[in-house]
Write a protein that binds this ligand. Structure first.
Ligand SMILES: NC(=O)c1ccc[n+]([C@@H]2O[C@H](COP(=O)([O-])OP(=O)(O)OC[C@H]3O[C@@H](n4cnc5c(N)ncnc54)[C@H](OP(=O)(O)O)[C@@H]3O)[C@@H](O)[C@H]2O)c1
Length: 379
């Protein structure tokens, strides 16, 4: 069963799952809008604000099929509003659909799903459930909550044979910025106190609209279903996030953590110079949130502020960035050793290592040749 099935990620998921042979109950406020015709597909009317309606739908599914194996909590929408402007109804509705509906669906489904062989609950999270943006406080908070409930449920249901995951899409081209987006009228007024921030939202919307195809998310959901060893949180690669510039250096999780830890850096207990570097990094990422974060620039920043930045990153995310910087330095050292007539000590110094011995050891680990032997070969 999947919620929010009439458009975007939900619809792509329905399409893929029926095609590979799943029997899919596609829940929607407007099931008549589901224009897919397939023998495995059963569109159902679902009001996610009503526990009774959700329960009677799930009871009916179980009665018809004899089991309920997988639930995908996908329905969700974004409220754009300052905290100051949002009204009670807007605030509550955001959580009602994005968070409480998941509780309602789980509450009704778990009795049927527990103690089966392979039950799976997948909640659709968001990058905004990892980093919060101004005017998205309610949406972000709701998606942070999705991560929290996913974690708690995963432990709660482990012994009952129910796997719980969140699948976290990046920018995805769906109806998200159109039909279902809720814009607070005061925040969107041209005299609003938040006009300056608001002016950045069209760019963000454009990036969402130019985002990945929802089929990519559907494919990730299917992979999560099929892989019994899936991570709890499964990130969907976002074609706009040039964080992948780091290529194979980082795992998907590391890319995500790196990106968001950078945003947190300025709050750290670090000295003034380090703070300035951290703020620069944060500024770049914030300014460019809608655009690719300038990783190369950050890497350069690292290279020119070696010790300080290393210290910052040691506190923040030492393995990832540390490895990346190490890789850059050693590659540069390799070039210098191959092309110039510098001594090992000079090369070590040039690429930022104070101790020649340490440099040689790291170089050997990477290239399986001691710098001394490399120079000898060159001779
Ligand atoms: N698009 C992105 O860039 C992106 C990124 C990260 C996460 N997400 C998440 O992905 C999920 C699917 O969104 P989407 O991008 O596919 O957007 P979408 O095309 O707008 O689809 C969202 C679906 O959620 C349901 N929904 C929306 N507002 C609702 C409301 N007030 N009450 C009940 N149901 C409502 C609708 O289902 P019915 O009309 O069929 O009832 C709608 O089809 C959401 O949880 C969203 O937060 C999206």
């Amino acid at each position: 069963m999947i919620t929010g099935a009439s458009s975007g990620i939900g619809k792509a998921c329905v399409n893929l799952l029926v095609d590979v042979g799943f029997i899919v109950y596609a829940g929607s406020r407007t099931p008549e809008k589901i224009d897919i015709v397939h023998q495995n597909l059963y569109p159902i009317a679902l009001d996610l604000t009503s526990h009774e309606q959700i329960k009677s739908s799930i009871d009916a599914i179980h009665k018809e099929q004899g089991s309920l194996d997988i639930v995908i909590n996908n329905a969700g929408y974004g409220l754009i509003s300052s905290v100051e402007d949002a009204n009670e109804e807007e605030m509550k509705s955001q959580f009602d659909i994005n968070v409480f509906s998941i509780f309602r669906v789980c509450k009704a489904a778990i009795p049927y799903m527990k103690n089966q062989e392979n039950s799976i609950i997948i909640n659709i999270g968001s990058y905004f459930g990892k980093v919060a943006l101004p005017l998205f406080s309610f949406y972000s908070a709701s998606k942070f909550a999705v991560e929290g409930l996913t974690d708690a449920l995963r432990y709660e249901l482990k012994d009952l044979n129910i796997r719980v995951h969140s699948v976290v899409p990046g920018f995805t081209k769906t109806n998200f910025t159109n039909a279902d987006l809720v814009e607070n009228s005061y925040t969107f007024n041209r005299h609003s106190s938040y006009k300056k921030i608001l002016d950045t939202t069209p760019q963000l919307m454009e990036n969402i609209n130019n985002g990945s195809d929802p089929k990519v998310v559907a494919k990730t959901i299917l992979e999560t279903i099929n892989n019994h060893n899936s991570n709890t949180r499964v990130y969907v690669e976002d074609k706009n996030h040039k964080i992948s510039l780091l290529g194979d250096e980082l795992t998907e999780d590391e890319k995500m953590i790196y990106r968001f830890y950078l945003l947190e850096m300025a709050d750290m207990d670090i000295d003034k110079d380090e703070l300035k570097i951290a703020m620069d990094a944060k500024e770049i990422l914030l300014k460019d949130f809608a655009n690719p974060p300038k990783i190369e620039y950050l890497a350069k920043l690292c290279a020119t502020n070696k010790t300080k930045l290393n210290k910052v990153f040691q506190n923040v995310y030492k393995i990832t960035i540390g490895n990346y910087i190490k890789k850059l330095r050693l590659e540069k050292a390799n070039l210098l050793l191959q092309e110039q007539s510098l001594t090992i000590g000079e090369v070590a110094k040039e690429v930022g290592y104070l101790h020649q011995g340490n440099f040689s050891k790291l170089f050997f680990e990477k290239y399986h040749v001691h710098p001394k032997d490399l120079l000898r070969q060159k001779c």
